[in-house]
Each structure stands twice: as structure tokens, then as C-alpha cells.
Design a protein around this ligand. Structure first.
Ligand code: DC
Length: 227
């Protein structure tokens, strides 16, 4: 099986790029942030205080997360229920960032990620894919962009979806900076580029240009046809 690892901070476009690459390569995607989000959703939905580490750790045994693909779209199930559409709220984002700093939570989610790569050719995106989850990935990328560039992209996405809501760019920059700080400074598996990773800063690249940089790097390293 072939695996492509893409790590990087929130809003760098990892998921979008992963989906495009997977389509071109005929691979599946695994957006691993969705696994942390699914666990966070469990705590929020059951009114369990996720800020108390013991409560989180003691409840992991009650959580069963699985992933399925429907026409290449990733679906996430929590205890048998499809929760794909409920895990993109700001509350879930913030709780996911908090619980992802707990070593037992990370350990709990390792197997689902590694098993997936054993069974499928995959483009897997997250924060520690190249460093921890798939240290032998065929190609490793670290995709980043300035906080302002990432915040502007998220702002535009949100405006498209909720044009009636008042959204402030400064609030998004704050939230991205907070998550960057949390994700990069936690003791376990902090967000960092693996020594073998190809580092791509796409602050000044559009989507098409970014995809080209990825595809060229993949073709140089893996003998594979693209669609
Ligand atoms: O990529 P995302 O925004 O959906 O991720 C949600 C949170 O999960 C993010 O704050 C960091 C965490 N995460 C992680 O620690 N490791 C991963 N491989 C993926 C996500």
C-alpha cells in the first residue's frame, strides 16, 4: 500500500488538497482531525467536562469511532451513528484541540489510523502523520501558510456559508493563533515537520498551484499514474 502524509496547521488547506490528490491518484483520504473531533463531540454531547483529564481518559472505553467512505467522501461514525455533519462547529474545534493534548487520547486513535493505511492507498492528513503515525510513509509533506493567509481563507469560506452572520476576521486570526499555539506546544506529538518532510508554504499560491507542487513531488518519488 502507498501512503502520502500531509501535516500542517489549521486552515493550511490540508483537507482540500488531500481530497484533490486522492481523486487524481485513485486513493482514499483520511482526515485524522475528524477522529479527534468525533471524540470531542462525544464529550460535548454527553456533557462530560473534557477539561478534566481523568474524565476524558475514563470515558475512552465508551467511545467507538469508525470511518467509512461514500463515493470518496469520508463519513465518521461515533458509536454507530453518522456524526459527519456535526463535528465542524467552533465548540468541537476547540474541544478537539484540548483533548488532542492528552497522551491517552492520541494513543487511543493510533490504531484506527495505522490500520487504515495498511488496508488502503491513502492520503492521510493531520498533525503527526509523518512524525508518529506513519513514519514510513512514501511521501511526507508539511503544508503551512501565514496565520493571516489561513484566517482570510477561512473567513471567505464562512462568509460563503453564513453570509448573514457577523464574522470578524480578527476573531478568526485569534482562534487560528490559539490553536496553532496549543497544537505546536503540547508535550506529546506537537505539530512539527518531520525531518524527511517536503515543506510547502502556500501563503502566495492558489489551490491549482499548490496541487501542482504536490503532484510533481509525488511523481518524483512514487511510480504512479495520475488521472
Ligand atoms: O485538522 P482539524 O482542525 O480538523 O483538527 C482538529 C484538532 O485535532 C486540532 O486542533 C488538532 C487535533 N489533531 C491532532 O492533534 N492530530 C492530528 N493528527 C489531527 C488533528
Amino acid at each position: 500500500m502507498i501512503s502520502i502524509a500531509i501535516d500542517g496547521p489549521s486552515g493550511s488547506g490540508k483537507s482540500t488538497i488531500s481530497k484533490i490528490l486522492a481523486k487524481k491518484l485513485g486513493f482514499l483520504t483520511l482526515d485524522t482531525g475528524a477522529l479527534y473531533r468525533a471524540a470531542a463531540y462525544y464529550f460535548l454531547n454527553n456533557n462530560i467536562n473534557y477539561k478534566i483529564k481523568d474524565k476524558v481518559v475514563n470515558n475512552l472505553k465508551n467511545i467507538n469511532i469508525s470511518v467509512n467512505h461514500d463515493k470518496n467522501a469520508q463519513l465518521i461514525y461515533l458509536n454507530g451513528k453518522n456524526i459527519t455533519n456535526f463535528i465542524r462547529t467552533p465548540e468541537v474545534s476547540s474541544a478537539a484541540s484540548d483533548i488532542s493534548a492528552i497522551p491517552e487520547v492520541r494513543e487511543f486513535l493510533i490504531n484506527i489510523q495505522r490500520d487504515f493505511a495498511k488496508k488502503h492507498n491513502v492520503v492521510m492528513d493531520g498533525r503527526d502523520i509523518g512524525t508518529v503515525i506513519l513514519p514510513n510513509a512514501d511521501v511526507k509533506f508539511f503544508l503551512t501558510a501565514s496565520p493571516n493567509a489561513r484566517a482570510k481563507r477561512r473567513y471567505n469560506q464562512l462568509m460563503e456559508k453564513n453570509s448573514s452572520k457577523k464574522i470578524k476576521l480578527e476573531d478568526i486570526i485569534d482562534s487560528i493563533s490559539n490553536r496553532d499555539f496549543n497544537d505546536s506546544n503540547r508535550k506529546i506529538s506537537p505539530l512539527t515537520a518531520d525531518k524527511d518532510a517536503i515543506i510547502i508554504d502556500n501563503s502566495l499560491l492558489n489551490l491549482e498551484e499548490t496541487v501542482d507542487v504536490f503532484l510533481n513531488a509525488i511523481k518524483e518519488r512514487v511510480n504512479i499514474e495520475t488521472k
